[in-house]
Design a protein around this ligand. Structure first.
Ligand code: SAH
Ligand code: SF4
Ligand code: F3S
Length: 440
């Protein structure tokens, strides 16, 4: 039998990268690799990268700098770059950093085993194509190891929306939905391996329109109802959604499908119509607020989450105040805010940038507001009864932690609970980043 080689993968960026890293580890398993948790013992290091903001991309260069010593000590060590930086600037990295052996873009992961074999022979290999073949089918999971209680499952990839600030349509390519039967097979396999909660992933997951089992295109809602039929699968989530694709049947599923959890990440980016237009978001402040109303009518206890960008080119004080007022109006249970970062090749990169100090000030104000809202939503959980899916032992002896229906981290004292147990819990306390509760 061939000797096992050691693979270390470091994952940056979004949840889709987490999913992709799992698939790549499984694919390289066929080449004799087993995953390890430290770079120092690895025969191959794979950086699965993110290009969304300048800082995210810069991390890769500093990480490569740190790896230079490892490569000097072990010249056979292979270094690979995957993910969105690989897609956007992989060829340049390979030119500038001779220690990089392999560059693979997100749409070519199924070719990784063959690429690794060539890199093993001393070749430099680069693949950033957008091939025709079905990468997911070719990336099928290998030997069935046991899994934790939660898993990601990519159902849709890519984006056709072209927001003026965003690299994703260029790094992930056009929107593609996987066929329903493949998703069901993968979901059943996950459940057989111990998974009880699946988060469906897509850059525009609610634009899902995969081929259904009846030959027609199915919506995300239809897929959700079908997944909900799987015995042993207790919870469903999906991320990330675009306001324009929040269809009636999906809102209805939030109201009626018990397995669909009351949490929705629905980024709006800005509360100013002028900025939304310049962002090419194709929704308005008002259409977003009306949408939120309809969602809350269907599912009153839903926890809303969002993304915001401050300091977008031309953003005035009045535009920023519109964003603040929108946040105050909606009341988010969770939100992520970012300072606009110029991304080469995107339309907004050509425009006049606003003063960095002003953007930093706005970001600080927004983050303070969001933190207060998150805390208020969390505190309001005290006294309520929620479902909690337990995942692992807590930091304190005898403690178990899991996630509530609303995705809050919850810890309880228990000697008997096991990972994968789903229980009703009464919330009794609210701490900085978690809730405490008692099992009912
Ligand atoms: N597909 C998702 C999110 C993609 S990226 C969606 O459409 O909502 C995640 C978040 O990063 C975005 O929602 C946006 O808030 C932020 N982001 C994207 N490009 C950015 C940029 N150039 N500068 C700052 N933040 C950015
Ligand atoms: Fe980027 Fe906009 Fe597509 Fe989201 S919808 S991935 S922000 S281009
Ligand atoms: Fe980053 Fe690519 Fe995800 S740019 S956020 S890793 S889609």
């Amino acid at each position: 039998m061939a000797e096992t080689k050691k693979l270390f993968i470091k994952t940056y960026g979004c949840q889709m990268n987490v999913y992709d890293s799992e698939r790549m580890a499984e694919a390289l398993g066929g080449n004799g690799y087993e995953e390890v948790s430290s770079a120092a013992e690895a025969d191959m290091i794979l950086l699965n990268t993110c290009h969304i903001r300048e800082k995210a991309a810069e991390k890769i260069y500093s990480e490569l700098g740190r790896m230079r010593d490892l490569k000097t000590a072990k010249p056979d060590l292979k270094i690979g770059i995957a993910g969105c930086v690989a897609q956007a600037e992989g060829a340049e990295i390979m030119r500038r950093q001779p220690m990089v052996d392999l560059v693979v873009g997100p749409q070519s992961y199924h070719r990784l085993p063959e690429m690794e074999a060539r890199a093993g022979g001393g070749e430099k290999v680069l693949d950033t194509d957008f091939p025709e073949e079905d990468k997911f089918e070719l990336l099928k999971a290998r030997p069935k190891s046991k899994r934790g209680p939660t898993a990601f499952l990519t159902v849709q990839e890519g984006c056709d929306k072209f927001c003026a600030f965003c690299v994703v349509p260029y790094t992930r390519g056009a929107e593609v939905s996987r066929p329903v039967d493949r998703i069901l097979t993968e979901a059943r396999d996950l459940v057989a391996r111990g998974v009880r909660e699946i988060t469906m992933l897509g850059q525009n997951v609610n634009a899902y329109h995969g081929a259904g089992t009846d030959g027609r295109d199915w919506t995300l809602a239809r897929l959700i109802w079908e997944l909900a039929e799987i015995d042993g699968l207790e919870r469903l989530r999906f991320t990330t959604s675009h306001p324009n694709d929040m269809s009636d049947d999906l809102i209805d599923a939030h109201g009626r499908c018990e397995k669909l959890m009351p949490y929705l990440h629905l980024p709006v980016q800005s509360g100013s119509d002028h900025i939304l237009k310049r962002m090419n978001r194709s929704h308005t402040r008002d259409s977003y607020l009306r949408l939120i109303d309809r969602i809350r009518t269907a599912r009153p206890d839903i926890l809303l989450s969002g993304d915001f960008i401050v300091g977008f080119p031309e953003e005035t004080d009045a535009d920023f105040r519109d964003t603040v007022r929108l946040i105050e109006e909606v009341g988010y249970g969770q939100a992520y805010s970012f300072k606009y970062s110029t991304r080469p090749g995107t339309p907004a990169a050509e425009r006049g940038q606003i003063d960095d100090a002003v953007a930093s000030e706005r970001l600080a104000e927004l983050q303070a507001l969001i933190t207060r809202q998150q805390r208020a939503v969390q505190d309001a959980m005290i006294g309520k009864e929620v479902g909690v899916l337990f995942e692992k032992a807590g930091r304190m002896p005898g403690q178990m932690v899991g996630k509530s229906d609303h995705l809050h981290a919850v810890h309880v004292d228990s000697d008997t609970l096991q990972p994968g147990d789903l229980r009703r819990v009464r919330i009794i306390g609210s701490n900085t980043n978690s809730l405490s509760g008692v099992v009912l």
